[in-house]
Ligand binder design. Structure first.
Ligand code: NAP
Length: 282
């Protein structure tokens, strides 16, 4: 019987939760398949995807540092991949045809909707890497009025702003502005949503020092980090009664969408799965 083979590629890859999630779903749905983690530094990337195509893999997920590098190997891509400039899903055909998708936008949107019910106002995005691009894309699609990009490196944030203004052109209704990371504090009083898209707060990284006391009580905090499950940012927000989310829901939703692209089935996100992943993190 044919085995549906899928993998996640990246480097480092040791701590990825993706095999746990996808293998759980394969089993739940009774699909004969296998999801591996393949250590792939940039120098091995091309060689690896050629081999996976030849070996009959359905596709792969991509994580750091490959999401942007993959663009040049794609035979087909969504318009959204072009806008974001990053791919986290590859779909392979037997003929070696490679299609790229970005499900981080979907993952973020689905989890944000759970957190923030109606109002679309002003958001701050901390960071200006690949994840920030996916988040900005989602906020534009969700019609946020204004997004402030606060980043350590001005050039990177300005590049995102320029790219998005160009790509969305006259359809862009969201005002995008840049400010220095150290100026984040002065915006806190007036914003509705704060999103951390940097690895700060993640295990092994410095904490993200933002004093949530200045945030409106009606605001929301979204930290893309999920290891630890409660960063200092999330802890402080909770303490003040401000609604918050870590990055675990986003991770599950982007995986759910990826699974659909490879196998044409939408697996269920359940409390049982969430508990399994949380246990893995702890
Ligand atoms: P990336 O492209 O490398 O971008 C990282 C960003 O963080 C850059 O803007 C960088 O600033 C900033 N940064 C890193 N270290 C910093 C520090 N010590 N101080 C200040 N700024 C710092 O990475 P990415 O792909 O966007 O991923 C970022 C994070 O999001 C990772 O932790 C990743 O695990 C997480 N993520 C989570 C999900 C999910 O499903 N929950 C999905 C995607 C990503 P400069 O521009 O100044 O270098």
């Amino acid at each position: 019987m044919k085995i549906n083979k899928i993998a996640i590629l990246g480097y480092p890859i040791k701590h990825t939760l993706s095999p746990k999630m996808h293998n759980y779903w394969l089993k739940e749905l009774g699909i004969n398949g296998k999801y591996d983690a393949i250590k792939t530094p940039i120098r091995n990337f091309k060689k690896t995807i050629i081999k996976l195509c030849k070996d009959g893999y359905k596709g792969s997920n991509l994580t750091l540092p490959l999401k942007e590098k993959a663009l040049k190997y794609l035979n087909k891509k969504d318009e959204i991949v072009d806008i974001v400039g990053a791919v986290n899903v590859l779909i392979f055909s037997k003929q070696g045809f490679i299609e790229g998708k970005n499900t981080d936008i979907y993952g973020f949107k689905k989890s944000l909707v759970k957190l923030v019910k109606k109002k679309r106002g002003i958001a701050i995005i901390i960071g200006s890497g690949g994840a920030a691009r996916a988040v900005l894309c989602a906020l534009i699609e969700m019609k946020y009025n204004k997004v402030i990009l606060c980043n350590r490196t001005k050039k990177k944030a300005e590049k995102i702003k320029k790219d998005f203004q160009k790509k969305f052109s006259r359809n862009l209704k969201t005002k995008i502005v840049y400010d220095e990371l150290k100026n984040t504090k002065k915006h806190l009083k007036s914003i509705d949503l704060l999103i951390n898209t940097t690895p700060m707060g993640m295990k092994g990284f410095p904490i993200l020092n933002i004093d949530v006391k200045s945030l409106k009580i009606s605001a929301a905090v979204f930290d893309l980090v999920y290891n630890p499950l409660e960063t200092k940012l999330i802890k402080e927000a909770k303490k003040r009664g401000i609604k918050s989310s870590n990055g675990l829901d986003m991770l599950m939703y982007q995986a759910q969408r990826s699974f659909y692209y490879w196998l044409n089935k939408t697996p269920k996100i359940t409390n049982k799965l969430k508990k399994i992943l949380e246990k893995e993190i702890k």
